[in-house]
Design a protein around this ligand. Structure first.
Ligand SMILES: [Zn+2]
Length: 432
């Protein structure tokens, strides 16, 4: 108390005794001995909270006591948002901003949670993303970066690992006080070293660096974390670099891409295709549609028949062929006429010959306007098929008009017509 009093006199930071709670830890845990009765401190035996983290004296079940209330909150937030008709990207944004942001602090400050907790959390989050139905796209694919065919859904074990890297510099600073018999026993520091070891194995570091970490992790020899780790942890700011390294930049193609290649008998520039729908399409509903289309989770009668939801897979447009994704969007003569009218219309409007290949119809093109209209047309075909209505190009012209109106309205609200004019400049007023 004298020390705290001296500290107050020097720094001006005074202890508020009315709000101070005292608890015995270590060998005196549970003791009924009370010091400084004149200060009327509030003595406790149970859990106590420091900087938003709840502790107990034996440091057991920390995850249970810290997450019970948080999990109830998460259920509450998600049950409100699930009533809205959000896209996959919209739901992932909700997960990141409203759910995981509330857990980052405990991910960073506590030893790693059990596998059961991570599984439970993943179950809750993916249940929300797929609206209570089974996953339609592998979780590993959703967690990838855009350029690898993913939607940047957070990988929980990997974000925990990335957050732990901050503490490695402290191991170096604190040195020998952290370990007993030259071996790290505290689970928190052990997790920190494991996180670092994982990072080393996922990154092309020098072998000697990797060995240095592994030696610290597994051997009972002297703890010698070299100054380079300290420098490295200080030089890389934030967790993004570490997280992206753990997620990986060069991953095998998603299975749906291989299926497209097998079906069409050629290979495609997938990175470019992923980039076109992720960065070229601003309309999130269309982006969502194209993402599902590339991952082959746009259902046609073929899939519905397999699930025994209908009793035949006859094409709802031509009534002569069997429906599958290629037939509905490319092959069917009704849709061929639609695309022919589509090209004639654009040729007329844009005053240049517009020819669109099957591959461009399937996977998009780098022309922002034409790409937008192709995906909008595919979604139009999809909706008309569901409603059992004609795939009629005249009706689609109304969709083009509403796309134009929405983008014009957005540009006017932002008072920024630069991108709008660049995209729609060639579209004459009469056609809109
Ligand atoms: Zn057909």
């Amino acid at each position: 108390m004298d020390t705290l009093e001296t500290f107050y006199k020097i720094s001006g930071l005074k202890m508020n005794f009315e709000k101070t709670k005292a608890i015995w830890i270590g060998s005196m845990a549970g003791s009924k001995v009370r010091f400084c009765p004149n200060l009327k401190l509030d003595w406790h035996d149970g859990n106590f909270e420091v900087l938003g983290i709840c502790f107990n004296v034996d440091l057991k079940d920390l995850w249970v006591i810290n997450t019970k209330k948080r999990l109830d909150n998460i259920y509450g937030i998600l049950s409100k948002w699930k009533k809205r008709n959000l896209t996959l990207m919209g739901k992932i944004t909700v997960v990141k901003t409203l759910i995981l942001s509330t857990l980052v602090h405990i991910f960073s400050a506590l030893p790693n949670p059990s596998k059961a907790f991570i599984d439970q959390l993943n179950r809750i989050l993916f249940n929300f993303i797929w609206s209570g139905k089974r996953d339609k796209i592998k979780r590993d694919y959703l967690k990838r970066n855009y350029s690898q065919g993913g939607l940047k859904m957070t990988d929980i074990p990997k974000i925990i690992s990335s957050l732990k890297k901050f503490h490695l510099a402290h191991i170096y600073t604190l040195g020998a006080s952290l370990h007993k018999n030259w071996e790290i026993v505290n689970p928190f520091w052990k997790d920190t070293l494991i996180a670092w070891s994982d990072f080393m194995h996922s990154y092309d570091f020098e072998e000697s660096w990797r060995q240095n970490i592994d030696k610290n992790l597994h051997s009972s020899s002297n703890l010698t974390i070299s100054p380079w780790i300290y420098d490295l942890t200080r030089s890389i700011k934030g967790t993004k670099v570490f997280y992206n390294k753990l997620i990986g930049y060069s991953l095998p193609l998603p299975k749906s891409c291989l299926k497209w290649e097998n079906q069409l008998g050629c290979s495609f520039p997938w990175k470019q295709i992923f980039s076109v729908y992720c960065h070229g399409l601003r309309d999130t509903k269309l982006r969502d549609f194209q993402f599902r289309f590339i991952h082959k989770v746009i259902f046609t009668k073929r899939e519905l028949l397999r699930m025994k939801l209908i009793d035949n897979d006859e094409c709802s447009m031509c009534h002569t062929h069997k429906e599958n994704i290629f037939h509905v969007y490319i092959e069917c003569h009704v849709v061929k006429n639609f695309w022919s009218d589509f090209c004639i219309y654009l040729t007329h409007i844009l005053h240049r010959k517009i020819l669109i290949t099957d591959n461009e119809l399937l996977f998009g093109t780098s022309d922002v306007l034409i790409n937008h209209l192709i995906v909008a047309a595919k979604r139009f075909i999809f909706v008309q098929c569901i409603k059992n209505e004609n795939v009629d190009f005249v009706a689609f012209k109304n969709t083009i008009r509403s796309i134009y109106d929405v983008e014009y309205h957005i540009a006017r609200r932002k008072n920024d017509f630069f991108a709008f004019n660049r995209k729609w400049a060639l579209f004459p007023q009469t056609a809109k």
